[in-house]
Design a protein around this ligand. Sequence first.
Ligand code: RB5
Length: 153
Amino acid sequence: MMIAIGSDHGGYELKEQIKAFLDEKDLAYKDFGTYSPESCDYADIAEAACDAVVSGECEKALLFCGTGIGISMAANKINGIRAAACCDYFSAKYTRLHNDANVLCLGGRVVGVGEACELIDVFLSTEFEGGRHAVRIGKIAALEERERGLKDE
Ligand code: RB5
């Protein structure tokens, strides 16, 4: 599995720490930046990393900003992306089981590296349950279709 990773400056340090964790686990990743602690805009990073998920180049993405929230908002504007900003284990697990989330967003100013590793571990190892939840995911896709239609009008 190829994982896209990315952060703005608020999540930069955590992203760098998570790279060591992914290396340890022998998990392949592609880093979409940012590549220094200089200030940058999280929407640009979300766009680059999430495009790689939608194209199939990467299966999932791990994104980091100060809170995990801004970068998740940007990610969720991209059709096909279901991004979840999580700061607890239950949410990171259930966003895979019930929402089939393909992007996990964490806050570098919210969670420590130890907790972040646990959240990433459960996120990457939990399968989507399907069934009634697939119907709900279908309705999210239908909303994306509706938005596309409105744009074309
Ligand atoms: C950057 O200062 C900060 O606003 C950003 O990392 C993020 O927390 C936004 O949601």
